[in-house]
Design a protein around this ligand. Sequence first.
Ligand SMILES: [Ca+2]
Ligand SMILES: [Ca+2]
Length: 158
Amino acid sequence: MHRRGPFGIALLGAALTLLPPMAFLARADACPEANDTADSACIIGIDSPVAGTIERPDDQDAYLFNAPEGTVAVHARLSYLPADYDLHLVDAQGNVRCESTNPGLVDEAIDCPLGPGQYYLYVNSGIGQASEAPYTLTVKLDRWIELARETDSHDRTK
Ligand SMILES: [Ca+2]
Ligand SMILES: [Ca+2]
């Protein structure tokens, strides 16, 4: 459908332009605009909200994060929406793993059972809306290793 068209193209790009992990490590942690594709994805920290804007109806913002060892679930929330945006979680192979596509200005929330790995979050407007006002995106993880650390503080592996 038309609604999914722009994002479908983006997913293809994500699969074809994936960079090796080391390339991302060298990148700054700021989130400059024109983070439209997987190879220009902004690194988003865990528990570290970022602001971004969908400035054109066909804009999309790509974010990259690494879920470390022990990850069992990813929670992502898109909030303070100035227009109807949607949130998509895509794995390193370009597969959509979870999505949140509520209508209107309701927050988008993803609670996705996922193991360790590299993942992308895409923000777009499935119905072609845009605004100069920012949204806020936050990522949190559930990790079994954090529970283990309560009894064994030397459990960190490299
Ligand atoms: Ca943007
Ligand atoms: Ca929405």
